[in-house]
Design a protein around this ligand. Structure first.
Ligand code: NAD
Length: 433
């Protein structure tokens, strides 16, 4: 993943005429924090390994999630931090890119152990983060509860009596009225400084960008929303809210899937009924729901691989990376692909589909609703404000529309793919800063 992010940045930097030195500076992170810290697990004190990688802060504080996974590595965290710099710049946010991770399988931990790991990691990164320095958030296997433990621990560290370095600048900053420590983490529970609208933000933002794209393509896409068919892979936070909001906007969702398989309902399925059915059965497989009825007459079961290859207008991979690859790319039929997951298309698959006239909304734009609402949470904390969900949604859509228009315009003017235009714009913004 790191190699592919770096190849893209190098290619874009060369297209923009940047010097070899400037490109190298963009590839190298500002700082790599490798942390060893302890937590009591199954009665034993274990030494755990974690990272916080700060890629680039030319546009503002580093921003990016914290991942708990046994496969976390320095390379992966660096790649994700690099892509966060691009994503924040694409979205026009006053943020740079960062990412964190802990090498652990949280599914093997009790709630108490998970809390101890979270607090211990927060203590370890506390010296290098802050509301105007680096603002972490949830990522794979971390959530609002974990953010709540982390911010609590961070505030404790920052407000406890100094024991050794009384001149430390971050402690002096505490006296500044505008230094709101809660703003150091986003994705917090709503009652603890989190924002309304964050849960749905990534899916909602993806639908808003899809609608903006279709409005620009009116001459090419003659169908009305009710005739436009969509298949969504993944029925978690991103896939479910994308499908739900797209259905509310009048699109026809014909297929959804989760890790156990999927359903294809050619006449269009009901997302709410499918969710109810999934809760009962534990999977969407077998949930042939149309209107309020889940009946096998409505549809058919499909494997995840088949869902990707359905003859739909729009394909929305919203689960895993690299699901469209050299093995299946020639069978992908959708004319538009919305990359809601991070990196669902390999570089080769992307190039093949783009060459064949497919329109791809790249992940750095398609799923940027999440980080945009994280920014709005941070903004509310910094200004001691609390906004209604309506205001959060309106501000997010307005920011995303600004980002989309700039990228679309550039892709037309320079006859580029949306992805190439997005990377160029991001790198131009970072280097200009
Ligand atoms: P999630 O854990 O809530 O949901 C993941 C979904 O994918 C689940 O429905 C799961 O069953 C399904 N899945 C797992 N393995 C699968 C497989 N082999 N085939 C089909 N489906 C499978 O995760 P999420 O938050 O929805 O994130 C999904 C993707 O979106 C990830 O790539 C994530 O990095 C990206 N993303 C998420 C956010 C956010 O705000 N949550 C923001 C930006 C990007």
């Amino acid at each position: 993943m790191l190699e592919s992010a770096q190849t893209l940045i190098t290619k874009t930097g060369k297209n923009l005429g940047l010097s070899a030195g400037a490109i190298k500076r963009l590839l190298m992170p500002d700082a790599v924090h490798e942390l060893n810290f302890t937590a009591k697990i199954k009665g034993k004190t274990e030494v755990l390994q974690g990272f916080r990688i700060q890629h680039n802060n030319k546009l503002g504080p580093y921003k990016g999630g914290i991942r708990f996974h046994p496969g976390v590595s320095r390379e992966e965290v660096q790649a994700l931090a690099t892509l966060m710099s691009i994503k924040c710049a694409v979205a026009g946010l006053p943020y740079g890119g960062g990412k964190g991770g802990v090498v652990i399988d949280p599914k093997t931990l009790s709630a108490k152990e998970l809390e101890e790991v979270s607090r211990s990691y927060a203590r370890a990164i506390a010296p290098v983060i802050g509301p105007k320095v680096d603002v972490p958030a949830p990522d794979v296997n971390t959530n609002p509860t974990i953010m709540s433990w982390m911010v609590d621990e961070y505030v404790k560290v920052k407000t406890e009596k100094p024991t050794f370095d009384q001149t430390d600048s971050s402690r002096r900053n505490l006296k500044n009225k505008d230094n709101n420590l809660l703003a150091t983490f986003t994705g917090k529970p709503v009652g603890e400084g989190g924002t309304l609208g964050r849960t749905e933000a990534t899916g909602r933002g993806g639908v808003a960008i899809l609608k903006a794209l279709l409005a620009k393509m009116q001459t090419r896409m003659k169908k009305k929303p009710g005739e436009i068919t969509i298949a969504v892979q993944g029925f978690g936070n991103v896939g479910y809210y994308f499908a739900k909001i797209a259905e509310e906007e009048g699109f026809k969702i014909v297929a959804v899937s989760d890790s156990k398989g999927g359903v294809f309902v050619p006449a269009g399925l009901s997302v709410a009924t499918t969710l109810r059915c999934k809760k009962e059965k534990g999977s969407v497989a077998g949930c042939y729901c149309r209107g309020s009825v889940c009946d096998v007459k409505n549809g058919q079961p499909i494997a995840n691989e088949q869902l990707l290859e359905l003859p739909v207008d729009i394909l929305v991979p919203a689960a895993l990376e690299n699901v469209v690859n050299s093995g299946n790319v020639s069978r992908i039929k959708a004319g538009i692909i919305v990359e809601m997951a991070n990196g669902p298309l390999t570089e080769e698959a992307f190039a093949f589909l783009a060459k064949n006239g497919r329109i791809i909304i790249p992940d750095v734009l398609a799923n940027s609703g999440g980080v945009t609402v994280s920014y709005l949470e941070w903004y509310q904390n910094m200004h001691q404000e609390r906004w209604s969900e309506k205001k959060v949604n309106e501000r997010m859509e307005s920011l995303l529309m600004g980002a989309f228009s700039a990228i679309w315009q550039r892709s037309l003017e320079k006859k580029q793919s949306i992805k190439q235009a997005a990377f160029e714009l991001a790198i131009e913004r970072i280097t200009a800063a």
